[in-house]
Design a protein around this ligand. Structure first.
Ligand SMILES: Nc1ncnc2c1ncn2[C@@H]1O[C@H](COP(=O)(O)OP(=O)(O)O)[C@@H](O)[C@H]1O
Ligand SMILES: [Mg+2]
Length: 353
């Protein structure tokens, strides 16, 4: 078997805060192969971005990898100095954020920003770099690429800005592309077009993608496998088709009730947000961390922490009673119903799901 591009093993990431530290991510393991797209899903505050920043070593002054390993193309990144990391990763890991303006310089023409990537990192001449950037903008289906090269970021739409950022990320032909909520700030039509683009580019470039989203429906459109994170922990890992056919963890089942069913008539399906909130890292309950919000919690769930275990289907789940839960028998315990449209058009930081 070929080496995975990224292998995260038993990762714990902590932030130093006044009066101690908090573990924002604990016990997270997964791996991504070449050309594979791996989804990480979970509500806001579950540690998804922290995990991604740990891979890039961008945790900020107060964050650090407390336990575990991060192998990038077979080499462990944990414990290396910033300079060693820069050399190890080279231009091989690229990142796309929720807000494209985080990656763009507002006072520089887009053409200069794009060509700079190739001129500085690859030593290309201006003319060759411009040609390559135009080709790349066409690959991301940017209309009128030559004109876009002359514009400043604020002169194009948010969807177009995100296409530029994706093009910029791909210019170095990275082995790993990390996308953290890349379509969350876009409206639904633009989001759908950008997701199609990501799926297409992934086939063409054979890049490994770590795709982060709070929306399981979005993950299903671009990923092969998915890890579900809740309050800093991985609670389920499975193939995307398996998650949709047989979601095992009650949290995964809850997330699925928050997205319109794939293929179902969007106008007719009801969405059920999960009541309650993600506990902050310093106030996780003992026992199962999801127990206070779980419809199926029993006394054992409040006292004994479930371990990750593999089921016959290949799914890995952190729940004592996964086999006994039949999601088709689920009925809402309260009457909060959200019209699908209200969630689908949500652009702000998600609170419900
Ligand atoms: N720099 C930081 N210092 C302290 N706590 C942080 C910092 N960044 C994130 N956190 C905390 O870590 C947890 C996970 O946050 P984050 O990784 O942003 O989650 P997500 O991306 O899933 O929304 C949250 O409780 C958040 O408040
Ligand atoms: Mg985040």
């Amino acid at each position: 078997m070929t080496k995975p591009v990224l292998k995260v093993q038993d990762l714990a990431v902590a932030y130093k805060v006044r009066g101690g530290e908090i573990e924002a991510v604990q016990n997270v393991s997964f791996e991504i192969g070449r050309g594979e797209s791996y989804g990480i899903v979970g509500e806001s505050g579950c540690g998804k971005s922290t995990m991604a920043w740990a891979v890039l070593n961008f945790l900020g002054a107060n964050g650090y990898v407390k336990r575990g390993q991060i192998f990038f193309q077979g080499q462990n990144l944990v414990g290396k100095s910033s300079e060693e990391l820069r050399q190890l990763r080279g231009d091989q890991i690229a990142m796309v954020y929720q807000d494209p303006m985080q990656a763009l310089n507002p006072s520089m023409r887009l053409g200069d920003q794009l060509t700079e990537v190739l001129m500085v990192h690859r030593g290309m001449g201006k003319e060759a770099a411009t040609r390559r950037c135009l080709e790349m903008l066409e690959k991301v289906h940017m209309p009128d690429a030559a004109e876009v090269m002359r514009r400043y970021p604020h002169q194009i739409s948010g969807g177009q800005q995100q296409r530029v950022v994706i093009a910029m990320a791909l210019l170095n032909n990275p082995a790993l592309l990390i996308m953290d909520e890349p379509t969350t700030a876009l409206d639904v039509t633009v989001e759908a077009a950008v997701l199609d683009l990501i799926a297409e580019l992934r086939r063409e470039f054979d890049t490994a993608i770590l795709f982060i989203s709070h929306n399981l429906g979005v993950v299903a459109r671009v990923c092969d496998r998915v890890g579900v994170m809740y309050a800093g922990e991985m609670v389920e890992r499975a193939a995307v088709h398996e998650i949709f056919a047989h979601p095992q963890h009650p949290y995964t089942q809850g997330l699925m009730r928050c997205v319109p069913r794939l293929g179902a008539d969007k106008g007719s399906s009801q969405l059920h947000p999960i009541p309650g909130r993600v506990p902050p890292p310093d106030a996780r309950p003992s026992g199962c961390i999801y127990a206070p919000r779980c419809d199926y919690a029993r006394p054992k769930c409040r006292t004994e922490r479930p371990l990750l275990r593999q089921l016959a289907s290949g799914t890995v789940v952190r729940c004592h009673f996964a086999e006994e839960i039949d999601p088709s028998q689920w009925v809402p315990t309260d009457d909060i119903l959200v019209a699908p449209r209200a969630v689908a058009t949500e652009t702000a930081e998600p609170i419900l799901c």
